[in-house]
Design a protein around this ligand. Structure first.
Ligand code: ADP
Length: 534
């Protein structure tokens, strides 16, 4: 067989040849709509690739983005790798200190940033030393930045050629929160993205007749590969821009006749509440499935969508290190012959491994049987699984000696191959799809003069899936209120990181080696009523 390179240029070429008349729609910051065709998108993407080269970039150079989901982000997403560069998505929810570290460690040379996000960007741009900053959207271009439209216009489309890029070279990059230490970079190869785009199309039956609105941010693990999948199969794409409230999303679903969408449980909980409040207000008859992932969705939510609103939720589990999908539940054909009850039971589980992802789980005594009750840490391998972190040799222990990736998720696997997450060995909180480092909060809290010891745990939350709770031992004779501790943390962390509950104890339970016994804390405080120490 031919040694054909599976790469992003091959995806764009297909969109170029076959899908010129399909639409791409974005909601702009002022809530108006921008519409153009794939033909426009392809032409602008080619010009961008040429223009980026003109800025002096070489193969493999990183192009950072700090943007909401919209068509210019899509152009950069595809244009950078098509030009031989690497798209590096920065997470706009992170603290500027984290983005400073992440962009510096990645060696980003260029930043493409939404003008509406400029107030956020100014908090770290100068500390990183980007060679070029490119500003996107309406309004004034900040001093020293290049206007995105001028850059695209300067690119000569006739100078563009589809390149036979090595499929093993890097196309994209995303950082993930480390359990300990600094965030870790994941480099996605062209091959991994091309294979994953195709797999995602198969898993959700995505085709040219679909209209897809990814609520999941493009700065999160390739927006679950939807941008590439859509280009590969010619699906219409609808981007919500910064408007992620339930009402705006429902308007977009109805107006554009969206057939597929994807987001974290927090998004779907908000949509469910809006639909429950006024069930007849929106016509969602075009919607054939909505994907949920990133955190465990409550079974009751899956059932409520199905039974009250006739809407199907498909459930996926994944990781930044995996492009990101690892397992799926509720996909085409997966529920044949199941009773309604059994169907929702299964859909609440994380599902079976997708093609070309292998799974196994390891307990204290080695690999555990697939019996639905034995627990172990999930290990994975496959062409869309990362084999190392970017320049972080200290994290090599996340891979087993025989090359499997340790996920940090504690699971059971059923005889039918269904994975169910039971716990997490990663000491993190996942709130609204975003990670919060408990260790970082603890270290900061223990820097407060009144705090002797502090442990932070995740507690279940109806809206955000999880929220951080701080368990604090005060120094003898010292006093502190919740408000004082929160104010103390505020300058160093993104606002959503700040614990909304503090509990004061005489002692934090410890393991034999002196570590906080967080399982005991979780049992004690998971459902306790908050008491403000004011
Ligand atoms: P993503 O961007 O896909 O959320 P992250 O790398 O930030 O990826 O987070 C991956 C982790 O999130 C998993 O290891 C797991 O702990 C959690 N997670 C992701 N999807 C699910 C799910 N469907 N159910 C439970 N936990 C999940």
């Amino acid at each position: 067989m031919m040694d054909y390179q599976l790469n992003v240029p091959a995806i764009l070429r297909r969109a170029d040849e076959l899908y010129g008349d399909r639409e791409i729609v974005s909601r702009l910051p002022d809530k108006s709509w921008h519409r153009y065709t794939y033909a426009d998108f392809v032409s602008r993407t080619k010009r961008l690739a040429v223009a980026l080269r003109g800025l002096g970039l070489s193969d493999g150079d990183r192009v950072a983005t700090l943007m909401w989901n919209h068509h210019e982000h899509l152009e950069t997403y595809v244009g950078a790798p098509v030009g031989g560069f690497v798209t590096h998505t920065l997470n706009l929810r992170l603290h500027p200190d984290d983005n400073t570290y992440i962009a510096s460690h990645a060696g980003d040379r260029v930043l493409v940033v939404d003008k509406v996000l400029w107030p956020l960007a100014t908090q770290f741009v100068d500390r990183v030393g980007f060679e070029h900053v490119i500003a996107v959207g309406a309004g004034d271009t900040p001093d020293g930045a290049i206007d995105y439209e001028e850059l695209v216009a300067s690119g000569d489309e006739s100078a563009f050629a589809y390149r036979d890029l090595d499929e093993r070279s890097a196309a994209a990059m995303c950082f993930t929160s480390g359990t300990t230490g600094l965030p870790k970079g994941v480099l996605y190869s062209h091959r991994a993205l091309a294979l994953h785009a195709l797999t995602a199309a198969y898993l959700m039956g995505v085709n040219e007749g679909d209209t897809i609105l990814p609520v999941v941010p493009m700065f999160h693990a390739n927006a679950w590969c939807f941008p590439f999948t859509c280009c590969l199969v010619g699906a219409k794409q609808v981007f919500p821009g910064p408007h992620l409230d339930p009402e705006s999303l429902l308007e977009a679903f109805e107006q554009e006749k969206v057939t597929l969408s994807a987001g974290v449980p927090t998004i779907w909980m908000g949509i469910l509440q809006a639909l429950d409040a006024t069930p007849d207000r929106w016509d969602l008859s075009a919607m054939r499935s909505m994907t949920v992932g990133g955190s465990a969705p409550p079974r009751a939510m899956l059932e409520a969508f199905g039974e009250r609103h006739g809407l199907k939720i498909v459930h996926g589990w994944g990781m930044t290190e995996m492009c990101p999908i690892g397992t799926m539940s509720g996909g085409p054909g997966q529920e044949l012959g199941l009773s309604t009850e059994a169907m929702y039971d299964k859909r609440a589980q994380q599902g079976t491994a997708i093609p070309f992802v292998e799974i196994r789980a390891r307990g204290a005594d080695g690999l555990v049987p697939w019996d639905g009750t034995s627990m172990g840490e999930l290990e994975v391998r496959g062409p869309s699984v990362s084999s190392s972190y970017f320049e972080a040799p200290e994290a090599a222990d996340r891979w087993t000696d025989d090359g499997w990736f340790r996920t940090g998720d504690i699971v059971t696997i059923g005889a039918d191959g269904y994975v169910e997450i039971q716990d997490r060995s990663k000491d993190l909180v996942k709130s609204g799809g975003e990670w919060i480092s408990t260790v970082a909060l603890e270290n900061a809290l223990m820097g407060h003069p009144a705090v002797a010891e502090a442990a932070v745990i995740a507690v279940p939350d109806d809206k955000w899936s999880e929220r951080p709770l701080a368990v604090v031992v005060l120094r003898e004779g010292a006093a502190a209120t919740d408000g004082e501790l929160r104010d103390f943390l505020a300058p160093s962390f993104a606002k959503f990181w700040l614990p909304d509950r503090f509990e004061y104890v005489d002692e934090i339970p410890k393991t034999a080696v002196g570590k906080f016994r967080k399982t005991a804390l979780r049992e004690q405080f998971a459902s306790a009523t908050p008491v403000e120490n004011v």
